[in-house]
Every structure is written in C-alpha cells, then in structure tokens.
Write a protein that binds this ligand. Structure first.
Ligand SMILES: Cc1cc2nc3c(=O)[nH]c(=O)nc-3n(C[C@H](O)[C@H](O)[C@H](O)COP(=O)(O)OP(=O)(O)OC[C@H]3O[C@@H](n4cnc5c(N)ncnc54)[C@H](O)[C@@H]3O)c2cc1C
Ligand SMILES: NC(=O)c1ccc[n+]([C@@H]2O[C@H](COP(=O)([O-])OP(=O)(O)OC[C@H]3O[C@@H](n4cnc5c(N)ncnc54)[C@H](OP(=O)(O)O)[C@@H]3O)[C@@H](O)[C@H]2O)c1
Length: 444
C-alpha cells in the first residue's frame, strides 16, 4: 500500500462522506470514517424508499467498493458530538489534520405550533427511518390513523403518502400545501407510485377554486395540472382504497385535539399567492379552516443536529462567506460567527452543508467538491510525519474506550448473515431490525 501524505477524519458515512473519502484517499489522504449508524449509506440505506431495491443495491455495491480501499478505515456505531462517544475536539487534537463533517440533516424542524407535540403528530424523517428499519426507529410504534394530513409538497411528502397508500392503506391521505399547484416539488416518477389513488374530483375542485389566484400570479392552471395528471398513464396499479387528495394554499397554524383523544384536525390559515421578482410566495389571508385528520406528518425538510458544536444558520451548518479554498465557487469551510473566522481544519459537505437539498447525485458531487477543498488546504500544510503510527494509535484507543465499534470486518460478517437470512426466507433482501441482532450476527 502506497504511503499516505495526509490524515483526515470524515464524520458521517452517507453518500457525501463516502464519495468524499474516496476522493480524499485518491488524493493521498489516509481517511478514518466515523458513522453513527452501524451500516454505511445514510439516507441511501435508510431514506430511499425500500421498493427501489435495484437502486439501493447499486449504491450499496459502490459504497462497499469505496470501503475496500485500504486507505479508508470505517468505524460504525460511533456518534461524534458534544458529549457523545467521541467529541470533535478529540479528533482534531489526536493528529488529524482535517475533520470533514458529512452528518446530514439529523435535526427536526419544529414549526412551534400549538398542539405540535400531541400523540399522532410525527416528523417524516422518523417515519422514513422506521419503514427503512433503522434502529431504534425500526422498533418504535407509529400509530397512524385513518385520515392522515401530510404537510409539504416535496418528494418526502410523496414517499410518506406512498407508504400510507400502498403499505398502511389509510382511508384518506391529504397533502397540505402552503403555496399552489404550480409550486409542488415532487417528481412525476414519485407521483406515479400513487397516482391511481389520486382523487381527481377534489383536485379539479381545488383548481377551480384557485384559478383566479393563480392567474393573478401569472400562472397557467392547465400547465400546473399536468404535474398531477401526467403521472396517470404510468401509474402503478392500485392496491388500496385510499383517497389521496391535495389541499392547496394552506399553512398550518394549530394542531387540533387533546392528550385524551389525540389529534382531531389541522387548523390552517388560507393563503393567496404573491409574485415578486420572479418568486411566487404564499401570503396569509387571515381566514382559517380546519382540515379533519387523526394523524399529522410534517414533511417540510429537516435541519442539522443543533447539538453538534458547529454554528447553524437556516437549518445548515455555517460556512465562511469568502472561502480560502473555494471549489466551483462554493464554500466548504465551517464558520464561527462569534469570532467571525473560519473554524480551522473543519470542513462541511452534503446535507450537513445544505440541509434537505438534492438527490444522492448532489450529495456525491458536494462530497467530492469538499474533498477537493480539503486537498487544497492540505497541500498548503507541511507534510505529516509518522502518519500511520498516529492513526493506528488513535484506532487502538478508540477500540479500547468505546463499546461495539463496527469495523470493515464486522460489516462483512453482517452482510453475510443478512444474505443468509434472505436466502432462508426466499426474500430479495433481509435487514436485522435492532442493533443487538446486528451485533450478534457480527460476533459481538
Ligand atoms: C425520505 C428520503 C428519500 C430519498 N429518496 C431518494 C431517492 O429515491 N433517490 C435519490 O437519489 N435521493 C434520495 N434522497 C436524497 C438522498 O438520500 C440524500 O441526498 C443523501 O443521502 C444525502 O447524503 P449525506 O451524506 O449528506 O447525508 P445522509 O445520507 O443523511 O448521511 C449522514 C450520515 O451521517 C451519520 N451521522 C449523523 N450524525 C452523526 C454523528 N453525530 N456522528 C457520526 N455519524 C453521524 C449518519 O449515520 C449517516 O450515515 C432521499 C432523501 C430522503 C430524506
Ligand atoms: N424519490 C426521490 O427521488 C426523493 C425522495 C425523497 C426526497 N428526495 C429529495 O430530498 C430533498 C428533500 O426533500 P423534501 O421533500 O424534504 O424537501 P423539499 O423538496 O424542499 O419540499 C419541502 C416541502 O415542504 C414545504 N414547507 C417547508 N417549510 C414549510 C412550512 N413552514 N410550512 C408549510 N410547508 C413547508 C415546502 O413548501 P415551499 O415550496 O413553499 O417552501 C415544500 O413543499 C429534495 O431534493 C428531494 O428531491 C428525493
């Protein structure tokens, strides 16, 4: 194995961290990855809808290939944070020249509405982790009722609606959208999964109701309607009687209900559309109404983990405005607004740098660009001496002081055990649902 010149820690083994690690290793770095989850992959493993098995298996194969690089070490079941298994400063003080943070958007975006913490109110990420079998969410009970309001109009809303329509077979799923039909963000491909359940009568009633508002904002309702109906020719066959419908121009203001009876509805303020400088915004009218529902799911994007010791702005970790090591005009260097200075040796990529933004391809590109920024920085530094010895000592200490650290050999055993279970069951794949089962399979 060729000697490495640099020593980098990557925190988070989702797509951004994995593709960044590959680029860093190719650029001469010895990379040590720390990952909260036992398995690598982040949302590619625990976010992408389970039935996209081919896509998931393709990504798993790529990640496996990346981790086979001898210049990259992997340590799963290790949460880096303030006061966690291991803290950021420990890593920086142990000889790593750079820490690249690719922890994704793990925090919850609360709207601070009255009733938001009633039983029956959920945030999409937790449900997504649940049905994708990420411990501990896999083992939690999510009491989903008959009539579920899902707030948001992105692909995560569509994934949640898909789950409710095809797997949970709810009676009614209502997408609550704060702007109009022309501002929905989901793709036709995702709509195809549940278009067969789309209630076209209520959709048309909504369009008639909002035609003047849309026209005032310079929009063509006929064009906007195609975002919904273009999916019909290739809609997946219907497997439930669920009625899937939309309520547009509605911003949540209160979750109705109480602790005895749970959720009874979502109070919304009705909006109108205002176009200014090419952007169409929602403006409240002051009128409110209640959408009846017994479960509310917020699918409005996530925020980064605010307890992670890196300052946050607009749901993402802060980067310096004028980067010293820009790539593609972007900044990957963490910023401390108190000192108005970069946080030395700390870089960011993926959803940690831009929460809830883009597909796996975006995270990959972002990770690779961040790796280029890190390599620029490293090239400006004196070479590291005795690097392998420093890394080996760090790993030795980690293994001694932390329980059940999962390395590449453990991952191999886990993969074999899950493959064997799948074969026994005659299933396309099998996933253990608790960390304990995974540890047993790994020989812990
Ligand atoms: C519901 C959903 C469905 C999606 N479906 C698709 C799809 O079909 N196709 C597509 O292309 N894209 C899809 N995406 C988008 C895609 O998953 C993301 O773009 C991508 O995963 C972001 O990568 P990331 O590495 O920045 O973050 P993540 O994938 O979130 O990875 C973060 C990693 O950091 C680790 N971590 C977190 N905190 C810590 C810590 N403190 N210490 C150590 N490790 C930590 C986590 O364990 C995780 O492994 C979907 C996203 C969601 C939310
Ligand atoms: N199958 C897939 O390929 C797939 C699946 C899931 C996710 N993803 C990707 O992952 C990324 C994140 O997806 P996402 O759905 O979380 O985000 P998103 O696409 O940004 O959608 C978020 C939705 O929530 C709404 N919203 C935000 N704040 C709100 C508030 N305070 N009140 C009411 N509504 C609010 C937004 O409305 P406004 O538009 O008005 O802001 C928008 O409709 C996207 O890039 C997405 O494409 C892809």
């Amino acid at each position: 194995m060729e000697d490495s010149k640099y020593m980098v820690a990557v925190i988070g083994a989702g797509p951004a961290g994995l593709y960044a690690s590959r680029k860093l290793a190719e650029g001469g770095a010895r990379v040590v990855m720390f990952n909260r989850d036992v398995k690598p992959g982040g949302l590619a493993e625990y976010g992408i809808y389970p039935d996209k098995l081919k896509m998931k298996q393709g990504l798993r194969a790529q990640f496996k290939n990346i981790l086979a690089n001898p210049h990259i070490d992997y340590f799963g079941n290790v949460t880096v944070c303030c006061g966690g298994n291991i803290v950021l400063e420990d890593i920086l003080d142990s000889g790593f020249q750079v820490v690249l943070i690719t922890t994704g958007a793990q925090g919850t975006k609360w709207l601070r509405l009255p009733g938001e913490n009633l039983p029956g109110v959920y945030h999409a990420k937790n449900l997504v982790y649940h049905y994708n079998l990420l411990p501990p969410f896999s083992a939690k009970k999510y009491l989903l009722g008959k009539r579920v309001a899902v707030v948001g109009a992105g692909n995560v809303m569509m994934d949640i609606a898909h789950y409710l329509v095809r797997d949970r077979k709810a009676e009614e799923v209502i997408a609550v959208v704060r702007r109009g039909p022309a501002e929905v963000k989901f793709t036709k491909k995702e709509m195809e999964t549940i278009a067969a359940n789309l209630d076209l009568d209520t959709l048309d009633a909504e369009f008639s109701r909002f035609t003047p508002v849309m026209q005032n904002a310079g929009q063509d309702p006929v064009v906007a309607r195609s975002a919904f109906t273009d999916a019909l020719p290739k809609a997946l066959p219907r497997v439930s009687e669920t009625r899937f419908r939309f309520e547009f121009l509605a911003s949540p203001v209160r979750v109705m209900g109480d602790w005895m009876n749970g959720v009874t509805g979502l109070k919304v303020e009705e909006n109108t559309l205002v176009a200014s400088d090419g952007v169409v915004k929602a403006r409240g009218t002051g009128n409110t109404r209640v959408i009846e529902a017994d479960t509310i799911v917020f699918a409005i994007g996530d925020t980064v983990d605010k307890d992670f010791c890196v300052p946050v702005f607009n749901d993402s970790y802060m980067t310096v405005k004028e980067p010293r090591f820009p790539v593609g005009g972007l900044s990957f260097e963490a910023f401390n607004p108190d000192t108005n200075q970069p946080i030395e040796r700390v870089f960011l990529a993926g959803w940690a740098r831009q929460a809830s933004t883009g597909l796996v391809g975006y995270a990959r590109r972002d990770g690779e660009m961040a790796a280029d920024a890190v390599l620029q920085y490293l090239q400006s530094q004196p070479p590291m001496r005795d690097l392998d010895n420093v890394v080996d000592k760090f790993i030795e200490r980690l293994m001694e002081t932390h329980q059940r650290v999962v390395d590449k050999a453990h991952l191999e055993k886990l993969e074999q055990a899950e493959r064997a279970e799948a074969q026994t069951l005659g299933a396309e794949e099998f996933k253990f649902t608790t960390n304990d089962e995974m540890f047993t399979a790994m020989g812990y």
